[in-house]
Design a protein around this ligand. Sequence first.
Ligand code: RIB
Ligand code: CA
Length: 315
Amino acid sequence: MPVPVILDCDPGHDDAFNILLAAAHPAIELLAITTVAGNQTLEKTTLNARRVCSVAGIRGVPIAAGRDRPLHAPPRIAENIHGDSGLDGPGFGEGEPEVPQDPRDALTLIRDTLLAHPAPVTLVPTGPLTNIAVFLLAHPELAARVERIVLMGGSTERGNTTPAAEFNILCDPEAADIVFRSGLPVTMFGLNATHQVRATAEVVARIAALGTPLSGLCVDLLTYFASRYREVYGFDAPPLHDPLTVAHLIDPSLVSLVRAAVTVELNGTHTRGATVVDLHGVTGRPADTEVGVEVDTDAFWNLIVEAVRVLGRPS
Ligand code: RIB
Ligand code: CA
C-alpha cells in the first residue's frame, strides 16, 4: 500500500525535488501540498509549489498556503541560497502557473485531507514547522489521524544558519518545540544526514542525460543551487536536503536511524534554534525521536534521477 503523505514545504530548490519524488514514486500517495514562509515569502513559496507541479505535470494535488510568519520569531528568508524568487535558475515565464492555488488555507486543507482519508496520513514538513505546530494546537482531536511526522530540520552536529542552528528550526524554534514534544512519532533528517547527499557534477550529468524539458529545468535548478552553496559555504556540490524525507518513506533502509531525545533550544543567546540530540542517553529524557544517520547515497540519487525520468517522459 502506498504511504499517504502531505508535504508541507517552502520551495526552495530541494523542496522542489521532494515534490517531484513524492509525485513520481508509486510507494507514495501525494494527497496534498501546503506551503509555509521560509526560504522565501509565503507568496513566493506558494507560487513555486504551483510552478513545480505545473511544469512536472503533477495534477490533482491541492496546494494551499499556510502561515506567512513564525509563531514568535522574526521572519527570515534564505534568499542567499534560493534567490529572489525562491527557485532561481530556470525560467518559469511570467504568466500564472497552470496549477491553481487551492482556496482553502493550509490548516483547512490538512484537516480536510486527514478527515477524508481512510487511514492515518504521514506529514512531511521540509520548511519551518509553523503550519504543523499551529495545526496540532488547533486540532488535537485529529492527532490520531496523523501516522507520523517525517521532517527535514535540525542536526546532530552544527547548524547552517548560525553555528548552532539549522534554518528550518531556527526560523521557528517555538513551532519546532511544539512538534518535537507533540507525542507523535517524529523522524528527523538533519544536516548530519542531508549533507551526505550532495548533487555532484556526476549526478547533474545523469539528470541532463535524460534529455527532457523537465530534466533540463532540474539541471538549471541544481546548477544555481550549486553556485550558491559554493559561494556561501564553499561546498563543491549542494546538499539536496529535503528529498531524504520521502526517500526514507519509499525505502526505510535508505538511511540508518537511531532513537534519541531531541530538545529544541529556545533561549540560548548563541544557540537558539539548535536541536540538542542526546545520542548517548545522558539526559535521561525519553529517546522518542528517530534521527537519520547514515545514508545510502547511491540509492538516494537513483530515486531522484528516476523521478525526473518518470515525470519528464512525454505523456
Ligand atoms: O537547512 C536546509 C533546509 O532549509 C531545507 O529544507 C531548505 O529547503 C531550507 O528550507
Ligand atoms: Ca525546505
